[in-house]
Design a protein around this ligand. Structure first.
Ligand code: ADP
Length: 369
């Protein structure tokens, strides 16, 4: 039987507030006939994307996330994961035009706010129409697809009480519903997922969905202001060697020890940045301490929101995604410890290897419809 496919290349795009995520499906089952017919431009784009891991000055392919032997619409191929700062969209479009994109595809699946913001630019620069999909539909769809196709996708942090023994362990996602999905991008959003096509973002009186403007963007913004760092990766490197207790006020700084009446351990942060109220303490805080304190502040706030949503919904399965968690074990362990502490060991949050790419994957899958 003749199966009709949408024309290649197949892309899914998630144009977020900070990063643009691009997922590219490289077909691996190309028949000799098909290869003969394949346009030169298409071949060149495929080669360009799959033979490089850096594009222009700021485009980057996450080769460690590549997924081989996956099926989309009956075709076998490889998924490639590419990201660049959304602020570079103009350069991206110029590059795409120079590669001849305008002569190929006419429609690309896109999600995220940028699918609206840049719609005209896509039309004008590369003669592309954006097929827009709902951000949360794409996110949930992408998670379920990747989880099904990658046996090592889900993990949790084991041995939280001992930093030396604390390590990633594979998690079996076989019975996930319902789960609370916490997406930490530029901001934070939380949704309750009850089944593959059943999630809620908002409900009349009860808190089901919550947005917070304090997210990954806040961490990076404040950290840049306070430390002069120039990138997310640098901010994380600084935080890794920093000590937030030189910046924050802990329970023991106030009580002299644990606050036993309320079971508050002395090491708990009582007041984020609470030490920075005297000149002398400010002078003593190093860049890396400020980076660590910013990371801890933002992460703890996200942890509290997640916990409140979980309590409200009586949902014990928590899944954290979003690029804030990229190269960020400090935040992941902090979230895991916070959940463990407040839930008396009943909540063990799950993390996913493809962190920020699920919206783009979900969007690519829409090519099915
Ligand atoms: P959005 O869709 O809002 O852009 P993401 O899930 O892509 O959200 O996450 C963006 C956040 O990820 C940033 O605010 C920052 O905290 C973090 N991040 C991780 N890697 C990078 C990077 N290379 N450049 C900028 N931010 C990054």
């Amino acid at each position: 039987p003749v199966v009709s496919h949408p024309p290649m290349p197949w892309f899914g795009m998630d144009i977020g507030g900070t990063l643009c995520k691009l997922v590219y499906f490289e077909p691996k089952d190309v028949t000799p006939d098909e290869a003969l017919e394949e346009k030169e431009t298409l071949k060149n784009i495929r080669k360009y994307l799959t033979k490089n891991s850096a594009y222009g000055k700021t485009g980057h392919r996450d080769t460690h996330l590549q997924m081989d032997d996956v099926y989309i619409r009956g075709r076998r191929g490889t998924l490639h994961f590419i990201r660049f700062p959304t602020s570079e969209m103009d350069n991206f479009l110029t590059l795409a035009r120079n590669k001849g994109m305008a002569t190929l595809v006419s429609t690309v699946c896109a999600t995220g706010g940028g699918a609206y913001k840049f719609e005209q630019n896509f039309k004008k620069e590369v003669n592309m129409r954006l097929h827009k999909y709902d951000e949360l539909d794409s996110l949930v769809k992408g998670i379920l697809y990747v989880e099904m196709n990658n046996p090592h996708e889900c993990y949790y942090w084991a041995n939280l009480s001992d930093d030396k023994l604390c390590e990633k362990r594979e998690f079996d996602f076989k019975d996930p519903y319902p789960f609370l999905l916490v997406n930490i991008g530029s901001g934070v959003s939380v949704l309750a997922v009850y089944g593959p096509n059943n999630y809620k973002r908002v409900s009349g009186t009860r808190l089901l969905y919550m947005d917070s403007s304090l997210g990954g963007g806040t961490f990076l913004g404040l950290c840049s202001l306070l430390t002069g760092c120039n990138s997310f990766d640098e901010a994380i490197e600084l935080a890794t060697i920093g000590d937030n207790t030189r910046v924050d006020k802990l329970v023991k700084d106030i009580y002299g020890g644990d606050y036993e009446r309320f079971y508050l351990p002395g090491d708990l942060v009582a007041s984020s940045f609470g030490q920075m109220i005297t000149r002398e303490r400010c002078m003593r805080a190093r860049r890396e301490d400020l980076a660590r304190a910013t990371l801890v502040t933002i992460t703890n706030n996200i942890g509290s929101i997640a916990r409140m949503c979980a309590q409200n919904e009586k949902i014990n399965n928590l899944v954290f995604v979003g690029n804030f968690l990229r190269v960020n074990p400090i935040a992941m362990k902090l979230l895991a410890r916070a959940m463990d502490y407040w839930s008396h060991g009943t909540i063990q949050p799950v993390f996913l290897e493809h962190e920020g790419y699920f919206g783009a994957v979900g969007c690519l899958l829409e090519i099915d419809d």
